[in-house]
Design a binder for this molecule. Structure first.
Ligand code: VIB
Length: 228
């Protein structure tokens, strides 16, 4: 069995929790609270910056040109491809995208970014990919699941969001192949670290939805100090 298949099997419990999360169900139904969507987009804009900075760190630690080229392409996708999904949410809550940018990450998002950064800075390239992979993989699974489960017609408010991610099969497969290539050359110890990095990112993906739904915030937030 491929290492990526092993990871998917081992983390099926979290993938199922994510697909059944009330925020994800709300995307399928086409009904979500304005506050939760606003909180999500604000946090996700900051999260994507952290995701791209993590890729930057992974490039800094990479030893092979094909990994550098891969990370560079992933950076480009992250810069451009997520905007459509965010704009779809902004349209639903009738808010300008620009007005949701520049906010500090709530605790869970902050933890998630620092978790990915830790593995990119202290681990191997395989470990960095393991920490980054649940991001595109869980979203692809969400898109596919919602597409299969709900009537996603032209007048569905989140049609663009769902299609955006339902169409990312190839991107996820490519990332899995890169991970499998690293796993083939990895020691048992390194593979164990890769598994921990992957599972925690899956768990933090779930918690990110929880964070949005509960509009999680830092207690007594001071934006001038809390914002990095
Ligand atoms: C918390 C969170 N997790 C995953 C994604 C989805 N995503 C972020 S970067 C990327 C790869 C390039 O598009 C994908 C699929 C998100 N937006 N927010």
């Amino acid at each position: 069995m491929k290492f990526s298949e092993e990871l998917k099997l081992e983390n099926e419990d979290i993938f199922t929790l994510i697909k059944n999360h009330p925020f994800v169900e709300g995307i399928g139904k086409g009904i979500l609270s304005v506050d939760a969507v606003r909180h999500y987009v604000q946090a996700d804009y900051a999260y994507l910056n952290g995701f791209m900075k993590t890729i930057g760190s992974a490039i800094g630690n990479a030893n092979h040109r094909n990994d550098i080229a891969y990370f560079s392409a992933l950076m480009q996708f992250s810069l451009h491809d997520e905007i459509q999904a965010h704009l779809c949410f902004c349209e639903y809550i009738n808010v300008n995208y620009e007005d949701l940018q520049g906010q500090p990450l709530p605790p869970t998002g902050d933890h998630y970014v620092k978790h990915m950064m830790y593995h990119a800075q202290t681990g191997t390239t395989g470990e960095a990919i393991s920490a980054l992979l649940p991001c595109p993989w869980t979203y692809y699974e969400i898109g596919k699941y919602l597409n299969e489960t709900w009537q996603v017609s032209d007048n569905h408010p989140f049609q663009i969001w769902i299609q955006c991610y339902a169409n990312t099969k190839q991107d996820v497969e490519e990332m899995c192949e890169r991970l499998d290539e690293h796993a083939r050359h990895a020691s048992e110890k390194e593979k164990a670290s890769m598994k921990i990095a992957f599972r925690k990112s899956c768990q933090l993906e779930y918690l990110f939805w929880e964070m949005a739904m509960s509009t999680e915030e830092w207690p007594s937030l001071k934006e001038d100090i809390n914002n990095e």
